[in-house]
Write a protein that binds this ligand. Structure first.
Ligand SMILES: NC(=O)c1ccc[n+]([C@@H]2O[C@H](COP(=O)([O-])OP(=O)(O)OC[C@H]3O[C@@H](n4cnc5c(N)ncnc54)[C@H](OP(=O)(O)O)[C@@H]3O)[C@@H](O)[C@H]2O)c1
Length: 339
C-alpha cells in the first residue's frame, strides 16, 4: 500500500484532470494508473505523470487490482459503480453527493476529521464533501472550539467550474456571444451566466432551499459533529471561471476578539489571512492549495458576531485536493489499515 494502484473514474473531467495535476505536483507514490470515463472518451489517451494512459469505458471496467479508486463522474454513476469497486478491494474516495450522508461512509475533510480514516469504512467508501462546505468547515471548527458556534449564515459566490468542464465552456462561449451582441446559452446553468449572477445551484427542494444549500447545512453538521448546528446558506453562481467565495456571518456563544480570531485563522493548516488586500478568485491563484480569508470583522454592536470572507479553489480544495489528501493520509501510515 505504500505505492497504490490508482483508478480515476471521470479522469477526463474538470475534477479528474485537476487530480492528475495534483498527483504529479505532490509526487504521490503510485504504482499504476487507470482512467475511466464514458464511451465518448473511451479509447482516447491522456498524457500525465510521465505516462500515456488509454481511457477505459466505465461500463465495461473491472476494478480488480485497484487499491484506490477516485470517483468524479457524477452522483448516479457513483451510486451505481462505487460499491462494485469497493467490493473488488479498492478504497473508494468519492467526490459526488452519493454517499455523503451514508452512515457507513465517513465524510472527511482531513484537516478537520481525518482521524475517521483510522479504519477501513464499512462500505469501503470515503465521501468527499461539497466544494463550498470544505473550506467553510476548516474555519468553523477552530471557531467552535474557541467561541462556540450559535448560528452560521453563509452566502456563496460559486464559479462556473463548479458545473464541470461544460460549465466553464458555457461561461466562456456565452461571454464571447454577449460581447458580440448574441444571446448566451443557459444549458448547464438555469439562467445565462455571463454578466449575471444566478441564485440557483442544483435543484430546488420543497422548502424553497436548493439541494446545494441543503448539502452545506447537512454536511457541515456531520463533519463538525454538531447535528443541530443552525446553519443557513444562499448559494449563488457568479461569472467567475474558477474559485468559490463565501461571505460568512457567525454568531457565537462567547464574545470574539478580532485580533485573536485573525490569529486563529492564520494558525490553521494551509490557511492564509489577507489584511492589506482582499482575497478574490483572481488574486489567490498563486497559492491555490490554501483557503484564503479576508475582511475578518466583529460586529461593533454585537461582540459575539464575527464576519469574514473566504476564497478557495473549488476544483482543488473543494474536490481533487481534499480527495488526494484523504489518500495521502491513508498511504502515510496511521490510517493505512483503511485499505
Ligand atoms: N467541479 C467542481 O468544483 C466539483 C467539486 C466537488 C465535486 N464535484 C463533483 O464531481 C463530479 C464531476 O465533476 P466535474 O466538475 O469533473 O464534471 P465534468 O467536467 O463534467 O466531468 C465529468 C466526468 O465524468 C465522466 N462521465 C460522464 N458521464 C459518464 C458516464 N456515463 N460513464 C462514465 N463516465 C462519465 C466524463 O467523461 P467523458 O469525457 O466521457 O464525458 C468526465 O470524465 C460531479 O459529481 C460533481 O458534482 C465537482
Amino acid at each position: 500500500m505504500n505505492t497504490p494502484r490508482i483508478a480515476i473514474v471521470g479522469g477526463t473531467g474538470a475534477v479528474g484532470r485537476t487530480l492528475l495535476h495534483l498527483l504529479e505536483e505532490r509526487s504521490f507514490p503510485l504504482s499504476g494508473l487507470r482512467l475511466m470515463a464514458s464511451e465518448r472518451s473511451a479509447g482516447t489517451t491522456v498524457t500525465a505523470l510521465g505516462l500515456t494512459t488509454v481511457v477505459e469505458d466505465l461500463a465495461t471496467a473491472d476494478f480488480t487490482g485497484t487499491d484506490i479508486a477516485f470517483f468524479s463522474a457524477g452522483t448516479s454513476l457513483s451510486a451505481r459503480w462505487a460499491a462494485k469497486a469497493a467490493a473488488s478491494g479498492a478504497l473508494v474516495i468519492d467526490n459526488t453527493n452519493a454517499f455523503r450522508m451514508d452512515p457507513d461512509s465517513p465524510l472527511v475533510v482531513p484537516q478537520v476529521n481525518g482521524a475517521l480514516l483510522a479504519e477501513r469504512p464499512v462500505s469501503g467508501i470515503v465521501a468527499n464533501p461539497n466544494c463550498s462546505t470544505i473550506p467553510l468547515v476548516r474555519l468553523l471548527r477552530p471557531m467552535h472550539e474557541e467561541y462556540g458556534l450559535r448560528q452560521v449564515t453563509v452566502a456563496t459566490y460559486q464559479a462556473a467550474s463548479g458545473g464541470g468542464q461544460s460549465g466553464i465552456e458555457e461561461l466562456r462561449d456565452g461571454t464571447r456571444n454577449v460581447l458580440a451582441g448574441l444571446p448566451a446559452a443557459a444549458e448547464r446553468f438555469p439562467e445565462p451566466l455571463p454578466f449575471n449572477v444566478v441564485p440557483a445551484i442544483d435543484r430546488f427542494q420543497d422548502d424553497g432551499f436548493t439541494l446545494e444549500e441543503q448539502k452545506m447545512r447537512q454536511e457541515s453538521r456531520r463533519i463538525l459533529g454538531l447535528p443541530r448546528l443552525d446553519l443557513v446558506a444562499t448559494c449563488v453562481r457568479v461569472p467567475v471561471e474558477n474559485g468559490h467565495s463565501e461571505a460568512v456571518v457567525v454568531d457565537c456563544e462567547r464574545p470574539v476578539d478580532v485580533v485573536a480570531l485573525t490569529k486563529l485563522f492564520a494558525a490553521q493548516p494551509e490557511a492564509e489571512v489577507w489584511t492589506d488586500r482582499v482575497p478574490t478568485p483572481r488574486t489567490v491563484t498563486a497559492r491555490p492549495d490554501h483557503v484564503h480569508v479576508g475582511r475578518v470583522r466583529v460586529d461593533p454592536e454585537r461582540p459575539t458576531r464575527a464576519l469574514f470572507w473566504l476564497v478557495a479553489d473549488n476544483l482543488r480544495i473543494g474536490a481533487a485536493l481534499n480527495a488526494l489528501q484523504i489518500a495521502e493520509l491513508v498511504v502515510a501510515g496511521g490510517p493505512t489499515s483503511a485499505v
